[in-house]
Design a protein around this ligand. Structure first.
Ligand code: IZC
Ligand code: ZN
Length: 420
């Protein structure tokens, strides 16, 4: 049998999957195996154990790799990205440093709307080329599965162009990409004076068409002051659900509007950002099993100090995920390890909670908990090898890349920090 065996791993760290997102204090329940091994067959993990147990699986065709001074975790899942876009927004950086807010820049036609212009001008091939560079960077930093949102087309043709680019890259790149339709990311300039008409277009044309073409599994919306109100968001998310989309939303990112409450009310799989979520909304999310997907890189990059209340969420028994929000405006980084470090330093989550949040709970945010997010037999062999003596070290020694090797579906795709 031609298997791959990773053995004598100094320490293996993994959440344990019980078939549901990991909530509250259970997020600290990371299994640690010393002198660990993983037997990989084809795309999956066949067995995880410790000591010499792997020897039973050795055949003349086995590829046996010793990792004596390395630690291993599941491949990271980045469950909130705006991967596909044209252009960049460093021209707004000085404005931001001068104190001009994100929503002011958007109201002046910049921000998301500036990326909409660049994305509309780009061909699908150009979008894919740019996104491929980002995917390569993500993979080198240990991310093996991502979610990718549309929302920089804001008309049917350009939303389809973005979603097709993501679908094609899912087939062409080693990273798995789960697609989300986000036509309700902003009201496009041509509808500035008649936003209700844009919402009608979403409800009656764009959503059904994207569903018919099977271009996205999820639907997301930017529920925010000056963007889409709670009642507009409710209408769109309900319609999306009726059409068969799974739903999630950008909730209480900047202003406390009741996005967390809406997420719980409509049965969203996750509510994302939540910097300004209310205590009532957090309690509702706990009750409704809505995952809190927190994006501390955005708070950091927006130069704010109002980080999402992760400790309160965990105390209330909410399942918390962390993700990058990789986008050209409010969080231009692909490095999920940096987000993990911010999770400890600013959200005051423990290293173990953060690992759960960026592996198994990230996978549940995109409805992939059954196949990834933990190192257990039967799951995909998505594995990262880190050059670190223990898990805490990865967070403590910040701003660098600790990942040396990455296995994606059992295949070595990053070796010694380089793409294979
Ligand atoms: O391009 O600014 N928050 N959408 C909602 C974003 C951030 C992405 C962007
Ligand atoms: Zn976002």
């Amino acid at each position: 049998m031609k298997n791959t065996i990773l053995c004598h791993i100094k320490n293996l760290y993994t959440p344990v999957d019980h078939g549901i997102p990991v909530r509250g204090n259970d997020m600290n329940n990371i299994k640690i195996i010393e002198d660990a091994y993983i037997v990989i067959f084809e795309e999956e993990i066949l067995e995880v154990g410790s000591g010499d147990g792997y020897k039973l699986h050795i055949t003349p065709y086995s590829n046996v790799i010793e990792l004596r001074d390395k630690i291993v975790t599941p491949g990271f899942v980045d469950s909130h990205t705006h991967l596909i876009h044209g252009g960049s927004r460093e021209n707004e950086f000085q404005l931001k440093l001068n104190g001009v807010s994100y929503l002011e820049i958007l109201a002046q036609g910049g921000g998301i709307l500036s990326t909409v212009k660049s994305t509309r001008e780009a061909s699908k091939a150009q979008l894919k080329l740019k996104a491929t560079k980002s995917l390569d960077t993500m993979l080198i930093h240990g991310t093996t599965t991502i979610e990718a949102k549309s929302g920089y087309g804001l008309d049917l043709e350009n939303e389809i162009k973005q979603l097709e680019a993501a679908l094609e890259l899912n087939n062409e790149h080693n990273i798995d990409i789960i697609s989300t339709f986000m036509g309700a990311h902003a009201v496009p300039l041509e509808y500035k004076e008649k936003p209700e008409e844009y919402i009608d277009l979403m409800l009656n044309s764009m959503l059904p068409k994207v569903k018919d073409l099977n271009l996205a599994e999820f639907c997301d919306i930017f529920c925010e002051d000056g963007v889409f109100s709670v009642s507009q968001s409710r209408e769109i998310l309900k319609k999306a659900k009726d059409l068969g989309f799974k739903v999630k939303l950008h909730a209480d990112e900047i202003v406390s509007l009741g996005g967390a409450e809406l997420g719980a009310e409509v049965g969203a799989i996750s509510a994302e950002h939540l910097m300004a979520a209310s205590s009532h909304g957090i309690k509702m999310m706990a009750k409704a099993n809505t995952i809190a997907n927190i994006l501390p890189g955005t708070t950091f990059s927006l130069l704010k100090n109002t980080y999402a209340p992760a400790r309160e969420m965990i105390n209330e028994g909410v399942a918390v995920a962390l993700s990058s929000d990789y986008n050209p405006g409010s969080c231009p980084t692909e490095n999920l390890q940096l987000i993990m470090q911010l999770g400890c330093m600013y959200l005051r989550m423990t290293p173990k909670e953060v690992l759960t949040a960026t592996t198994l709970n990230g996978a549940y945010c995109i409805d992939r908990g059954d196949s990834r997010g933990s190192l257990e037999s039967g799951k995909l062999a998505d594995i990262v090898v880190l050059d670190a003596p223990n898990l805490d070290y990865v967070y403590y020694h910040f701003g660098i890349n600790h990942v040396v090797d990455v296995y994606k579906k059992g295949k070595l795709v990053v070796k010694n920090k380089n793409l294979v």
